[in-house]
Write a new protein. Structure first.
Length: 206
């Protein structure tokens, strides 16, 4: 017999794991665990398998570092995108947010984060050098910064700007709309779309 508020160690273990998810407290974790117990076994196994495969099989695009099922993602391999226009974003979520606006027809470069000394993230932890190499190749005519409107986002923008400002390339930034807030993923599509269309020369923000 074990001393626990749970009637089963297996249930307790499942609740502990579910409670590790962002935004999930122990009450919600318990509700989810009990939900899985009531579901058909085949459905729960399919759910677990999807999570397992996501972690084991997911790849990242060799070109832009977006999540992909192949070596080069569908956006990078499309012949309908403007290859001279490159949008720099922090994360995969930002790519999805911008794609939902249907207002951007260029390519992306996912940094994998932003420079944040407090969190121990420096330039070498991001894909900045790969971005600089893309600019050096001379195929990009305009680079659009679409990082979060925070001190860390601004620091990252400026660091990259210093690295590429000597190249003959237009550098712009999305217009800062009131509803954009700190994270692009939470912006409404109309505001984010408008901020892409009304982008500003980056130098004007310095």
């Amino acid at each position: 017999m074990h001393n626990s508020q749970y009637p089963s160690l297996l249930l307790e273990s499942a609740v502990n794991e579910l409670a590790r998810l962002p935004g999930i407290g122990r009450k919600t974790a318990m509700r989810l665990a009990l939900f899985f117990l009531k579901e058909k076994k085949v459905d729960v196994i399919r759910f677990a398998e999807a999570i397992k495969l996501l972690r084991e099989e997911i790849r990242y695009c060799n070109v832009c570092y977006n999540i992909s099922d192949s070596e080069v993602c569908a956006i990078c391999s499309s012949n309908k995108r403007d290859r001279s226009l490159l949008c720099v974003v922090e994360s995969v979520r930002d790519v999805m947010a911008i794609e939902n606006t249907q207002q951007f027809n260029g390519l992306y470069h996912v940094l994998g984060g932003i420079i944040s000394p407090m969190d121990g993230i420096g330039p070498d932890d991001l894909t900045i050098e790969a971005l600089v190499e893309k600019v050096k190749r001379g195929e990009i005519k305009e680079l659009v910064f679409a990082l979060s409107a925070t001190m860390e986002g601004d620091t990252t923008n400026f660091y990259i700007y210093r690295k590429i400002s000597d190249f003959p390339i237009k550098i712009s930034t999305i217009a800062r709309g009131v509803a954009i807030g700190d994270e692009l993923a939470y912006a409404d599509e109309i505001t984010l779309g408008r901020s892409l269309l009304n982008r500003l020369p980056f130098e004007a923000t310095l």
